[in-house]
Ligand binder design. Structure first.
Ligand code: FMN
Length: 201
């Protein structure tokens, strides 16, 4: 996980800090999201976002997940279980949407993402990051994947432990605390981002 932004912590309150090199410029949506997370860092919703996928019948499926921080090129990181339904959904359709309302500052971020799943066969930086996040969970956090608390924390992640990496393609930022409300959209354009102000500004 990058930079000085500490991950908001897991459902179990566990925190991990990482110092992955920044190998791309920080995208504008991330600057806005990080600022909002800093302002509302004590609120529970700074930890939890909603991730929507599409199932085999084309129906939307939405669920809460814990934000685990940013990846090396500003991906949003999530941990999940290979046995969960979202795995099959994301394998069939890797495009998903994250929606995140930060009540403290009345801001909504809606992020269209392309998801990659890094489980037992993870390679390179994703394998390292997966192992680091597994170890950071400790014995109690690891129990979610094991079904029971191990006598001591395991160093090697179990096969069902999956790092879900969400690469943002488009980001919308709606602010309700301003009058009029403001809405900005950033769209990936090659190596950069196009910005459009939809409301306010
Ligand atoms: C506050 C909260 C945080 C959660 N965090 C995660 C998470 O980080 N990863 C995860 O896979 N499921 C998490 N869940 C459970 C999911 O919401 C969901 O129930 C589960 O992943 C199964 O979803 P699926 O059947 O669509 O795969 C969380 C649930 C709640 C209520």
């Amino acid at each position: 996980m990058q930079g000085s932004e500490r991950p908001p912590g897991g459902a179990d309150g566990a925190q991990a800090d990482h110092a992955w090199p920044v190998n791309s410029p920080v995208p504008p949506w991330r600057t806005a999201l990080s600022a909002a997370l800093q302002r509302g860092s004590k609120a529970p919703e700074a930890r939890y976002m909603q991730l929507a996928t599409v199932d085999a019948l084309g129906c939307p499926r939405n669920r809460s997940v814990v934000f685990r921080g940013f990846g090396p090129t500003s991906e949003l990181l999530v941990l999940t279980d290979a046995r969960s339904r979202k795995m099959a959904e994301l394998q069939a359709q890797s495009t998903a949407e994250i929606c995140w309302y930060l009540a403290a500052t009345r801001e909504q971020f809606r992020l269209q993402v392309r998801c990659a799943l890094h489980g037992a066969g993870a390679q390179g930086v994703w394998a390292s990051l997966r192992t680091e996040l597994w170890q950071a969970r400790g014995a109690r956090g690891q129990a979610e994947w094991l079904g029971a608390v191990p006598a001591s924390a395991l160093a090697e992640a179990v096969d069902d432990f999956v790092l879900l990496v969400c690469e943002v393609q488009q980001a919308e930022h709606l602010q309700l605390r301003t009058d009029p409300h403001t809405e900005v959209v950033w769209q990936r354009a090659g190596a950069g981002w196009n910005t459009a102000v939809l409301r306010g500004g």
